[in-house]
Design a binder for this molecule. Structure first.
Ligand code: UD1
Length: 374
């Protein structure tokens, strides 16, 4: 029998793990694939990494590079040094990278230069905003990848426009939704909101971590002023990303905690299942995350995105997402529109499930890889 094909799956930061999990599980079904998980250690806290391996029933990573935090150049370089050694040692037949974090571009670049084929899952998304570090990571990763797996047809268009040959592009759907569908029933049973003393449908959820929102004091102040006002009429559950908690020392805002249980409820980052449960029972979500725009679309929960642009326009055109920016008054106005039932996300023509966001994306990826490699 031919030797098994060694396929390295790279994960580094929190949003990678739920994309990697269904692909790992699919590849395991084929005896001729040997999937190997490499964790770069870009995220390392239990709340940002360990809880996700537990919740998604992933095994311990086969290799842990332990690079930790740092400036972009430093972090990317450390990942490259560690990953190059892994590739030289293991001589994989394929490297799979997901998403748009520093670990994605670092490992794709190492593999491409060693002439190891690279597959990029979630290829072709574009915010057209090169001030976002993730946009640089997306553009470059796609240029050097051999197999580009996309979540939507507009991503295919973006890739064609950038000169990527048609035969490299595979529209397979959204692996993050595979993970959501697999875990939603278990997550709903957790009733995270009740454990926090919140009532189903009577609270909002906030997440914030984009450098453009949290590293700029004025922007962060404006967002938190808007959220403070919202929290006067609806409690806001706020799991705080470590980048963001480090910024709060200089920010002043009112936390309303009165006898009606209203206010902003600060907490540590939650695990995958707890957070999915919290989102699924919320009245609406305020976020600057990319993945949450997609998850709320599937859950049918209105999402107010605290950014000027999104690389996931399909969640606006078909889903429950609205771009609201970061100004206090706009945040308050859009939150009120949701509570009055007059928000865009309530429109009947919207709230469709995007094509191929059906829980089968990883299976399509595995089948494609069989055709290409075996
Ligand atoms: C990274 C990704 C971003 C993704 C986000 C999800 C890049 C360029 N950015 O941003 O696309 O949306 O992850 O969370 O790859 N920290 C901890 N514990 C950890 C990890 C980080 O305390 O486990 C702190 C450190 O102070 C670190 C800061 O958070 O400096 C930022 O971490 P970093 O990985 O550089 O970027 P994120 O903002 O998390």
């Amino acid at each position: 029998m031919k030797e098994r094909l060694k396929v390295i799956l790279v994960g580094g930061a929190r949003p990678n793990f739920m994309k990697l999990a269904p692909v790992y599980k699919e590849l395991k079904k084929y005896s001729f694939f040997k999937p190997i998980i490499v964790h770069t250690g870009q995220h390392y806290d239990q709340e940002m990494s360990g809880l996700f391996f537990r919740d998604l029933q992933l095994p311990r990573p086969d290799i842990y590079l332990g690079v930790g935090s740092g400036n972009h150049g430093e972090q990317t370089a450390k990942i490259m040094i560690g990953f190059e050694n892994v590739c030289i040692d293991l001589k994989p037949d394929l490297v799979i990278v997901v998403g748009d974090v520093n670990s994605t571009i670092a490992c794709a670049l190492v593999a491409a230069k060693l002439m190891i084929p690279v597959a990029h899952i979630e290829a072709g998304l574009r915010s057209f905003d090169r001030t976002m570090p993730e946009e640089i990571n997306r553009l470059l990763t796609d240029q050097i990848s051999d197999y580009l797996f996309t979540t939507c047809r507009d991503a295919n268009e973006n890739l064609r426009r950038e000169g990527i040959p048609e035969q490299k592009i595979f529209f397979v759907g959204n692996v993050m939704i595979d993970t959501l569908k697999e875990h939603l029933i278990i997550a709903r049973r957790l009733k995270t909101c009740q454990q926090l003393g919140l009532r189903q449908g009577h609270y909002a959820v906030l997440t914030l971590h984009r450098p453009s929102n949290v590293d700029d004091e004025k922007v962060l102040q404006d967002i938190m002023d808007g959220v403070s006002e919202v929290s006067k009429f609806l409690p806001v559950a706020f799991p705080v990303h470590p980048r963001t908690s480090a910024r709060f020392d200089n920010i002043h805002f009112l936390v309303y905690e009165d006898e009606f249980d209203k206010g902003i409820m600060f907490m540590k980052p939650l695990g995958y299942l707890e957070f999915l449960s919290l989102m699924a029972d919320a009245r609406f979500v305020l976020t600057d995350s990319g993945g949450i725009q997609e998850e709320t679309t599937i859950l049918g929960i209105p999402c107010l995105t605290l950014r000027k642009n999104t690389e996931r326009p399909i969640t606006i055109i078909q889903g429950t997402n609205t771009l609201v920016g970061t100004e206090k008054q706009t945040i308050i106005r859009e939150a009120r529109r949701i509570l009055r039932g007059t928000a865009d996300s309530d429109s009947l023509v919207k709230n469709r499930i995007p094509e191929l966001w059906d829980g089968e994306a990883a299976s399509r990826i595995a089948q494609t890889l069989v055709k290409l490699l075996v």
